[in-house]
Design a protein around this ligand. Structure first.
Ligand code: HEC
Ligand code: HEC
Length: 535
């Protein structure tokens, strides 16, 4: 038996003490600090809250009524990129919903056929098929109805569905594809199927982002800064309106809850929103709450494209929707979060498909009622009726919308220089274009232009103009000729003519001389013409 050594005993004891101390320290280190514990709890709470308020994107946006079949999708994708279906052969859906700009066009307001300016800003079409309504004011229930309507609206400018579908049929190759996509239908090339095919394609355009991974339960899919931004977005009250799958797109709300929106956006025109559709005063300045997915990529912002940058848009929202002034810190935080909503472009949207080849067909445009045009030599008239006068912007809330059979007397009564007279004539031309934009032809309305006062100068033949006024040609005659060419009657007041010292022979060919302009107007009134004051 070995004698017990005091020294080794002591050593053993020391080791035991050290071991216990190390275990204690380690234990203390392994235990989360109260601060870390709280942060972890916050992560979980934020994730849970976010999962309640938002939802991840589905694989696609098909419904049982609007299925996504591969034949429909590939046809719809072609139609989406095909400009040949528009009235002037230049406008496809992709013109205003461009891949490179995340399905927008980057413009304040889009330009349609004949460069006509549309009334609102083009929203993205990515992830938007899941919305409860389409368009800023919610005109359409689904993307299918929207696509069908686009054929006739100012975007594509077709007069009617038969004309539009004739353009589709004129591209050899489409009939077969429609048959495949809509099997069992006798005549599948219809505007409804156009809508369904494009709609099926749109229903595939989802752009999942890291935010979807986050909602799937992966807290670290968002950075700490993005999570902080998400917290701010929720706490500020943004998520009260922008929530669900699209972070928007499922309700209507007034734009400008606390303050008139145009005071903050400096919009030049005030769009009254849904009231113009529903006539319900409660819908004044009401718009659809837009989807905020990819919002970083889709400036300019708001229904009228009035705001150029995202920080401004976010601050305006806080101000007019919530009555809050956002600090730069909070604005940055929200934007950091919003950027995490940017997803990857679907490949078959990023690249254009190859379309069935066909040259652009020269379509004579047939009048709506199928009768031949009443204007001699002008069988091909389409909007704009007088191209040199340029486009116009129809007002949806105008007292009287263009209608077939309208009668108009336009009285150019300025006693002024040729440029002012020209402005009056130009007004007549633009009025015609307004009718053209509504799908009518020049022959669908009857217009009379009456010139009087010193405006009589503008009816002088070029030779007289040169001799009497000193210019080589009468600058107003080209527009007068354009008006007459589409059937507008141009009168000059005989009395005014005489008072200015001109004879009937001085008047350019084709212009009628009235006893007095008032007589013309009164007589025309009796015939049911509406009177349009000159200035
Ligand atoms: C000339 C430009 C232009 C063309 C061409 C065009 N769009 Fe649009 N699109 C717009 C504008 C502008 C809006 C907003 C209209 C509104 O709300 O008043 C819009 C709205 C939409 C919306 C609604 C999105 C939302 O969030 O409410 C969808 C979907 C859409 N377009 C799909 C299409 C399809 C499909 C085509 C082709 C058939 C098409 N667009 C052709 C400009 C265009
Ligand atoms: C009361 C509902 C409501 C609240 C709260 C709200 N929004 Fe909006 N938001 C809207 C509506 C409605 C629009 C469309 C306005 C229009 O007509 O252009 C919109 C538009 C936007 C747009 C422009 C999107 C685009 O594509 O043009 C952004 C960005 C936006 N909101 C962010 C926010 C943020 C950030 C907050 C919180 C600070 C917020 N919103 C709070 C209803 C709301």
């Amino acid at each position: 038996m070995q004698p017990v050594k005091r020294g080794s005993h002591y050593h053993q004891l020391l080791w035991l003490v050290v071991l216990v101390a190390v275990i204690l320290i380690c234990n203390f280190l392994i235990q989360p600090s109260p601060a870390a514990e709280q942060a972890e709890g916050n992560h979980t709470a934020l994730l849970k809250e976010a999962q309640d308020v938002f939802k991840p994107l589905p694989m696609n946006m098909a419904t049982s009524e609007y299925p996504v079949t591969s034949d429909r999708v590939s046809l719809g994708r072609m139609l989406f990129f095909d400009p040949r279906i528009s009235v002037d052969g230049t406008v496809s859906c992709s013109r205003c919903h461009q891949s490179a700009l995340y399905a927008t066009d980057g413009l304040v307001k889009s330009h349609g056929t004949y460069d006509k300016v549309l009334p609102r800003n083009a929203p993205t079409i990515l992830n938007t098929a899941l919305q409860f309504k389409q368009h800023w004011r919610g005109e359409f229930d689904n993307v299918e109805a929207q696509a069908k309507h686009a054929l006739l609206g100012p975007a594509f400018g077709n007069q009617d569905y038969p004309t539009a579908m004739a353009r589709v049929k004129a591209v050899p190759g489409y009939s077969e594809l429609f048959k495949k996509a809509f099997p069992g239908e006798d005549n599948p090339v219809t505007e409804d199927n156009w809508g369904k095919a494009i709609g099926a394609y749109e229903r595939t355009l989802v752009t999942p982002s890291r935010f979807d991974e986050y909602l799937g339960g992966k807290s670290e899919a968002l950075t700490a800064a993005e999570r902080h931004g998400l917290r701010t977005f929720i706490d500020m009250g943004c998520a009260r309106c922008h929530n669900g799958v699209g972070i928007g797109g499922d309700k209507f709300r007034k734009f400008g809850v606390v303050e008139d929106y145009w005071k903050a956006t400096h919009s030049k025109e005030i769009d009254r929103g849904r009231i113009d559709l529903t006539k319900d005063p409660a819908d004044t300045y009401v718009f659809k709450v837009p989807v905020l997915r990819n919002v970083e990529m889709t400036p300019p912002y708001f229904h009228d494209g009035s705001v150029r940058t995202l920080p401004e848009a976010v601050q305006i929202m806080a101000r007019v929707q919530l009555g809050k002034t956002l600090s730069n810190h909070d604005t940055d935080a929200i934007i950091t979060f919003l950027k995490s909503l940017t997803g990857k472009l679907p490949e078959d949207f990023a690249a254009a498909p190859i379309l069935p080849p066909a040259g652009f067909p020269a379509f004579p445009s047939t009048p709506r009622d199928g009768n031949p045009s009443t204007i001699p030599g002008e069988s091909k008239l389409v909007f704009p009726i007088i191209p040199s006068a340029g486009g116009i912007l129809p007002l949806p809330r105008a007292v009287e919308q263009p209608r077939k059979g309208a009668k108009v007397v336009l009285d150019v009564s300025v006693n002024a220089n040729p440029a002012d007279v020209n402005a009056g004539l130009d007004r007549a031309a633009r009025l015609l274009n307004l009718y053209g934009a509504a799908g009518l032809k020049a022959g669908d309305l009857k217009m009379v232009v009456v010139l009087h006062g010193r405006a009589t100068k503008s009816v002088l033949a070029d030779s007289v103009y040169k001799a009497r006024i000193g210019h080589d040609t009468n600058p107003n005659l080209p527009l007068i000729r354009s008006l007459r060419k589409v059937g507008v009657e141009v009168f000059v007041c005989g009395q005014a003519l005489n008072a200015a010292g001109f004879e009937e022979v001085d008047v350019a060919d084709g212009i009628s001389i009235a006893d007095a302009y008032l007589t013309v107007i009164v007589n025309r009134q009796i015939d049911g013409y509406a009177y349009v004051p000159g200035q």
